[in-house]
Design a protein around this ligand. Structure first.
Ligand code: ADP
Ligand code: MG
Length: 248
């Protein structure tokens, strides 16, 4: 590798403890532009903490986080606002506003972060609803939608500012096979537009479909990071052992 090889996300020697409990001991990985990196690991292994650290919601105890070559550790509020337009975090439950209809939920980030006209906002909302196969639900409240649809709307709201990077936190958790397939298709469609992403999940079959590489987080470290093709071809891979509940 030549000098200057750098990913769009570079995490180096990341450490984080809570109340003296060492969650991340030494986490190092890179995500390249346009790729989808799967991050798998047991419950409580620190996957969500790691994603939240990438948008500055949680500060590392030690180590470096670089986004597009910029060290975000010491970002101020303005820098963080800029970062969060470029890097979207898709919350597990969608985090929609219950009292606003779907249109207003989707208009919210556009009104808060852009000076787009109402016509332009309408156009953006129509485009994203079409991308996610959600036409005709504009004037419905979130509570009137199924869980699968709410998740899709949450995803729509997270990506309406057209981020370069999307952090998916368990986007298929609790979904039936139909809605799981739907989310997989959306992630693949976004990837085809050049979006870079991290896919955090327990759902290894989905990860094998949408990701280019898989990283396994265990005991505070990335213990394995390899291409999905290698994992599929290698039945002895750590990932399969993890899936089978074996010690790794
Ligand atoms: N803000 C916080 N304060 C204290 N402990 C936390 C906080 N956030 C996460 N933790 C703890 O850190 C560990 C990792 O959490 P998390 O990243 O949510 O795991 P997961 O891999 O399931 O997403 C858990 O033990 C959790 O209780
Ligand atoms: Mg989590």
């Amino acid at each position: 590798m030549g000098n200057g090889t750098m990913g769009i996300i570079d995490v180096k020697n990341f450490e984080k403890s809570f109340k003296g409990r060492n969650i991340h001991k030494d986490v190092t990985f890179t995500v390249n532009k346009g790729e989808c990196l799967g991050l798998v690991g047991g419950s409580g292994s620190g996957k969500s903490v790691l994603l939240k650290s990438l948008i500055g919601l949680i500060k590392p105890d030690a180590g470096e986080i670089l986004i597009d070559g910029e060290l975000i550790n010491s970002f101020d509020d303005d820098d963080l606002r800029r970062l969060r337009q470029k890097v979207a975090y898709v919350f597990q439950n969608g985090a929609l506003f219950d009292s606003m209809d779907i249109y207003e939920n989707l208009a919210y980030p556009l009104r808060a972060h852009t000076d787009f006209s109402e016509d332009k906002i309408k156009e953006k909302i129509e485009r994203i609803l079409e991308l996610l196969g959600l036409e005709s639900i504009c004037h419905i409240l979130p509570s009137q939608l199924s869980g699968g649809m709410q998740k899709r709307v949450g995803l729509a709201r997270s990506i309406i500012l057209e981020p370069d990077v999307i952090l998916y936190d368990e986007p298929t958790a609790g979904l039936d096979p139909f809605n799981t397939k739907n989310i997989q298709d959306i992630i693949l469609r976004l990837k085809a537009t050049g979006v870079t992403s991290i896919f955090v999940s327990h759902d290894v079959p989905s990860a094998l479909i949408v990701c280019d590489r898989l990283a396994l987080l265990s005991e505070g470290q990335i213990v394995l990071c390899e291409s999905v093709d290698n994992i599929n071809n290698n039945p002895n891979s750590h990932i399969h052992k993890f899936l089978n509940g074996e010690e790794i």
